[in-house]
Design a protein around this ligand. Structure first.
Ligand SMILES: NC(=O)c1ccc[n+]([C@@H]2O[C@H](COP(=O)([O-])OP(=O)(O)OC[C@H]3O[C@@H](n4cnc5c(N)ncnc54)[C@H](O)[C@@H]3O)[C@@H](O)[C@H]2O)c1
Length: 394
């Protein structure tokens, strides 16, 4: 009760307290499929619509320049064949455009389209940058528009296109603003990967390697045996063995990721195995943008922590070399000139804030498993960076 020197009559007999508790069930489908743009396939036209509802007559479809250039004609022909009138928004490609300005362009498009709040799920077609922008825009517009994710990159297929998180960069911070807003459906079609440059395939292989390193030793072995072939074939399965291996790698990566995300969709638990490779990489990626891609920054982070695990005796020298050799075979970097002690120290400090005051740092303890530590020192990080700059000195 407030105290006051002047005696004053309270308007209340006594304080009153109401406990408000609500629960929300989240349910969405992640479908691994193919030939989404074939006119005879109605999955895309009906995406996000319940079975008893007719196909909507109009949809807002958001994509980005590169995807529009490569697939725009087929997408237009597809929706025309399904008699769906489309309101298009084509955003600029690239991490440099992953900002609040792009999110607001999407919001303006929803308004000018006059979108209905529930019946017309927005369709996002593009890489992780595009699906993050649209996911965030849908999360904020009238506090929640339904949306469908159609990832067109490997990172999108195994990570950005299947979870509940959406966010954009702000004030130099990676994904500094965003929300949790799951899609109603994610349709994953690996045939989009056929036009992806090799470097972008490697970029996605980094997130697959992450799952392998901390959760799935057989996936690591599959990457050792087939990774370079899958990269050169862009997961298009040109021969029966590579088709089988590509399918298995995608299923294990997507299934492994979803198994980790599902019980912790809102990240109430901040100790997350899937944060492996994401301790130093956010600052590194922002610092070296656009030179370094997301997966490349993640790979450098994983190389650092692999060496730290070896320094601590958690991994043998042979295991360390196996991991580093696989990175090279997958076309991934292990270090970058930006990996200087000050940047790495600042990166760790920011990640500690992101993880609510503790490091909660996943470190590999074997190929396929990890544990969490809170006692990483600056000296260990400096020594690991120096080792990766020049292993001959050690
Ligand atoms: N929300 C999440 O949970 C989550 C998870 C992982 C990553 N991310 C985010 O995802 C982003 C990285 O995603 P990305 O690697 O897909 O980047 P991206 O969206 O920038 O796509 C990479 C490049 O490929 C081009 N492209 C897209 N599809 C293509 C296709 N089919 N053929 C040819 N070119 C194509 C794009 O124009 C771009 O130049 C990062 O911003 C990262 O923060 C988000």
């Amino acid at each position: 009760m407030p105290s006051s020197s002047m005696s004053r009559q309270s308007p209340l007999r006594q304080d009153a307290v109401w406990d408000v508790r609500a629960q929300q069930t989240v349910e969405y489908e992640v479908v691994l499929t193919s030939d989404l743009l074939a006119p005879a396939n109605n999955s895309l036209a009906r995406a996000g619509i319940s079975a008893d509802t007719p196909t909507p007559a109009r949809r807002c479809v958001i994509t980005e320049r590169t995807v529009d250039k490569l697939y725009g004609d087929r997408m237009r022909a597809y929706f025309h064949a399904h008699s769906v009138e489309v309101h298009w928004l084509v955003l600029d490609s690239g991490e440099e455009h992953k900002d609040i300005g792009s999110v607001l362009r999407a919001v303006t498009a929803f308004d000018s389209f006059g979108i209905l709040r529930r019946q017309e799920p927005v369709i996002a077609v593009g890489g992780g940058v595009l699906t993050d922008i649209v996911g965030f825009a849908c999360g904020m517009f009238r506090r929640g528009l339904p949306h469908v994710k159609i990832p067109t990159t490997l990172i999108g297929l195994v990570d950005a296109g299947i979870g509940a998180k959406a966010g954009v960069n702000h004030a130099g911070g990676k994904n500094r603003i965003g929300c949790y807003h799951p899609p109603c459906t994610a349709l994953l079609d690996p045939t989009f990967l056929d036009t992806l440059p090799d470097r972008q395939i490697s970029n996605g292989l980094a997130e697959i390697l992450k799952i392998a390193l901390v959760l799935d030793a057989p996936l690591f072995e599959l990457l050792e045996e087939f990774g370079p072939l899958l990269r050169s074939e862009r997961f298009q399965g040109r021969t029966p063995p590579s088709a089988l291996a590509g399918d298995e790698v995608l299923r294990r990566a997507i299934g492994g990721m979803l198994a980790e995300l599902e019980p912790n969709l809102w990240e109430h638990e901040l100790q997350r195995a899937v944060d492996y490779g994401h301790t130093f990489s956010p600052a590194l990626e922002m610092h070296a943008m656009p030179e370094l891609l997301h997966g490349e920054a993640v790979a450098i982070d994983m190389a650092l922590t692999t060496v730290i695990s070896w320094q601590r005796g958690l991994l043998s020298a042979a295991q360390r070399d196996r991991v580093l050799a696989l990175m090279t075979a997958l076309g991934l970097p292990r270090t970058h000139q930006a990996c200087r002690p000050e940047l790495l120290a600042g990166a760790l400090a920011d990640t500690v804030r992101h993880r609510d005051g503790r490091q909660r740092m996943p470190l590999a303890t074997d190929i396929g498993s990890a544990h969490f530590v809170d006692d990483l020192t600056g000296d260990e990080v400096r020594a690991a960076a120096a080792y990766l700059h020049d292993p001959r000195d050690h």
